[in-house]
Design a binder for this molecule. Structure first.
Ligand SMILES: Cc1cc2nc3c(=O)[nH]c(=O)nc-3n(C[C@H](O)[C@H](O)[C@H](O)COP(=O)(O)O)c2cc1C
Length: 375
């Protein structure tokens, strides 16, 4: 009996990768219904069609070139970043979470002028003026919306009735299933490594992607800890249909972050960020004076109200947009430890794609000579 998701290949030749693998009850691209028994499929071959417009579900869903989403990020992803990502073949997202309604409208209009390619908007559902923002999206003809931080059932139907594609950002299987039930077109599965707000379960990307992929039939977009082509390839091998990248694009020329913060990102090392404010809204922050104050309060058992008092108002703006590196809230992912430069988005995307292709070929050539079991 082959256990679920267990794959092996029986024979490789030097000229041809002959796939005689057996699958359990689920394939990387399949589901329980269509992949019962002994489907002949390889995890590596399933990665091949990533850039085939006819095969990759994320490329197809959004009409983009690469299955890469530039994450919606407060104080970071305005029209410049979203348009640059769209013009580089990715899906660009404007991060509406830090925008007043009139500011959001302005960013959408500027983005429309800066690109002819598809772009969308990310809206955290806890936003106080959510109804006003949603009306603006519909009025401005936005066709793709990524929702986060809330119940996907609340707005998905309303958006779908208006012909808008909806993706919900989740950090657990439970919410991925809710997103599918709500009618979302795809789901983002965001692991513990990610920058910004995070799940209470603290599930890592490595564990979350296969779990979510097994649970839902809609396309899965991996997020958290992805900044390079190698990491993107790893996410696709785990079963992701595409990737959402935040921190790497935060450290780009086109992001709206303050230059102090951008410089700080490129000087971070392993262990310089921590998931904080867990009793309030868990968020990964750089360990600075403010974060240490939060940490001390948490260690002493501070209540959510006490943590809210420490947080106050406008902390994220102060740190990320105004560049106060000590008293501001600085959101960034663990992957910042490998980011050592600020680059234009176009260059970032070219590097990711080229590394992805090179490593994929390396892996395939290795497996052509060595049995999969030794790989
Ligand atoms: C500065 C920053 C701000 C973020 N703001 C938001 C946001 O407003 N809405 C949201 O859904 N996710 C937000 N995120 C999470 C990203 O959308 C994305 O899922 C995450 O950054 C992916 O992990 P990575 O940083 O390791 O690439 C933010 C992340 C960062 C780094």
């Amino acid at each position: 009996m082959v256990p679920p998701d267990f794959v092996y290949c029986e024979r490789f030749t030097s000229t041809k990768v002959e796939i005689l693998g057996r699958y359990g009850n689920r394939g990387i691209e399949g589901n329980r219904e269509n992949n019962k028994g002994n489907a002949k499929i390889s995890p590596l071959l399933s990665v091949f069609p990533v850039y085939s417009k006819t095969m990759n579900k994320i490329v197809q869903l959004f009409g983009i070139q690469h299955p890469i989403i530039q994450a919606g990020m407060i104080w970071t992803s305005g029209w410049r970043l979203a348009a640059a990502a769209a013009n580089s073949g990715c899906l660009g997202l404007i991060g509406a979470g830090s925008m007043h309604p009139d500011v959001l409208r302005e960013h959408i209009q500027k983005c429309k002028k800066a690109t002819q390619k598809p772009f969308g908007v990310n809206i955290p559902l806890l936003y106080p003026e959510i109804g006003t923002l949603m009306n603006i999206l519909a009025e401005e003809g936005i066709k793709i919306v990524f929702t986060s931080a809330g119940n996907p059932k609340t707005w998905t139907g309303w958006l779908k009735e208006r012909g808008i594609k909806v993706v919900h950002v989740t950090a657990s299987v439970k919410f991925a299933l809710k997103s599918e039930e709500a009618g979302c077109d795809a789901v983002v599965a965001e692991g513990f490594e990610a920058g910004g707000h995070n799940g209470r379960e603290e599930t890592t990307t490595m564990v979350l992607i296969p779990l979510v992929k097994r649970a839902v039939n809609i396309p899965v977009i991996a997020a958290g800890g992805i900044a390079t082509g190698r990491q993107m390839l790893a996410a696709m091998v785990l079963g992701a249909d595409g990737v959402q990248i935040g921190s790497r694009f935060a450290a780009s020329e086109e992001s709206s972050l303050h230059s102090n913060f951008k410089r700080k990102i490129t000087n971070l090392n392993e262990g310089d960020t921590q998931l904080s404010l867990k009793k309030l809204v868990p968020v990964r922050l750089i360990k600075n004076k403010f974060q240490k104050q939060v940490q001390e309060a948490e260690d002493q058992g501070a209540t959510p109200d006490e943590l809210q008092t420490i947080l106050g108002r406008g902390r994220a703006k102060k740190g990320m947009f105004e560049g106060d590196l000590e008293d501001g809230e600085l959101e960034i992912g663990q992957v910042s430890a490998i980011l050592k430069d600020i680059k234009p988005v176009k260059k970032i995307v070219e590097e990711i794609i080229s590394e992805y292709e090179i490593v994929k070929k390396e892996i395939v050539s290795k497996t052509a000579f060595f049995p999969y079991s030794r790989f």
